[in-house]
Write a protein that binds this ligand. Structure first.
Ligand code: C2E
Ligand code: MG
Ligand code: MG
Ligand code: MG
Length: 292
């Protein structure tokens, strides 16, 4: 029986590898082509201040508008882009596009305080990372303090010295950093101590467990306290229910990014959300004035 099970396991992996390999062969040239033909789009997910309910920033999330397969999510193509190195030009495309979109929103009077941009470990292997980011930033005219690069602990751990140096160099430009998926990577308190990290983003796996799993609740509380004691912002990712939001409020989490408030949306819908918020705030102000 054991032998038979082993056989099954082996076949399972073999089939998976075969599938992965086939996908890679068909998708890899397609990826390069997609970049050339601008088939990628950015969606934006609002980051909400849990106490004021206001949008305080967004995260840029890439999607592939595939001509036949429809809208593809990053999990289906980012790993391949990382393996092939295509993530490097793709990453610059993302950064540049996000800055352009910010300028469009600024021009409409809907300024975002902050935009989160994911950086892959692989992008640090590009020697031109720092000067390219510097060039794109200054060309855009966007204030560097509005940009927050999202790193994973694993990316940092892979080549600590080099990545730390890049982060230090990027920091001198004025950009800020967050640790993404916090708690799931090769966590080290040394990263928190040595790197100029502004924000901890609690992984959604913990956040989604807070109301059912006492361990998840304890972990989330611990991360919130850790962030506050180190004077960092803390964002809970992936909150979907009112119960989760209440837990986060009770435990003084600052910000939430999750489906409960909004899924990632295309720019026109983000614009609409920001405009509505602006109108609501203006309405609240006139109300306050008439009461005086
Ligand atoms: P991430 O940076 O941790 O982004 C958050 C992910 O959680 C997004 O998935 C978002 O849609 C999802 N999410 C947010 N709230 C909820 C919720 O309430 N419920 C659930 N179920 N999911 C929620 P998405 O857009 O599929 O992105 C997956 C990952 O792909 C990202 O994780 C990031 O690691 C990577 N990625 C996305 N865009 C880029 C990019 O431009 N560059 C790089 N290097 N990686 C990217
Ligand atoms: Mg992220
Ligand atoms: Mg995350
Ligand atoms: Mg992730």
């Amino acid at each position: 029986l054991a032998k038979k099970e082993r056989g099954c396991t082996f076949r399972f992996y073999e089939e998976r590898n075969f599938e992965d390999a086939v996908n890679q062969i068909t998708l890899e040239p397609e990826l390069l082509n997609a970049l050339r033909q601008e088939q990628f789009v950015l969606h934006y997910q609002p980051r909400i201040d849990i106490h004021t309910q206001r949008i305080v920033g967004v995260e840029a999330l890439i999607r592939w508008q595939h001509p036949e397969k429809g809208l593809l999510f990053p999990d289906t193509f980012i790993p391949m882009a990382e393996k092939s190195g295509l993530i490097v030009p793709m990453g610059y495309w993302v950064f540049n596009k996000a800055l352009e979109d910010m300028k469009l929103l600024d021009a409409q009077g809907c300024e975002l305080n902050r935009i989160g941009i994911n950086l892959s470990f692989r992008q640090f292997q590009d020697d031109t990372l720092v000067p390219t980011i510097a060039r794109l930033l200054s060309r855009s005219g966007i204030h560097a303090g509005r940009v927050e690069f999202e790193l994973t602990e694993t990316a940092v751990a892979l080549n600590e010295q080099h990545v730390s140096q890049c982060i230090a160099d990027l920091s001198t430009l004025g950009v800020t950093f967050s640790l993404d998926d916090f708690g799931t990577g090769y966590s080290s308190f040394a990263h928190l101590q040595k790197l100029p990290i502004n924000t901890l983003k609690i992984d959604k796996a913990f956040v989604q467990g807070v109301t059912d799993n006492p361990d998840d609740a304890e972990i989330v509380r611990a991360i919130i306290n850790l962030a506050h004691n180190l004077r960092k912002d803390v964002v809970a990712e992936g909150a979907e229910t009112a119960e989760q939001i209440n837990f986060l409020k009770r435990n003084e989490c600052d910000q939430v990014q999750g489906y409960f408030y909004s899924k990632p949306v295309a720019l026109p819908l983000l614009f609409k959300q920001l405009k509505q918020q602006r109108q609501k705030l203006a309405g609240a102000e006139t109300e306050a004035e008439t009461e005086k």
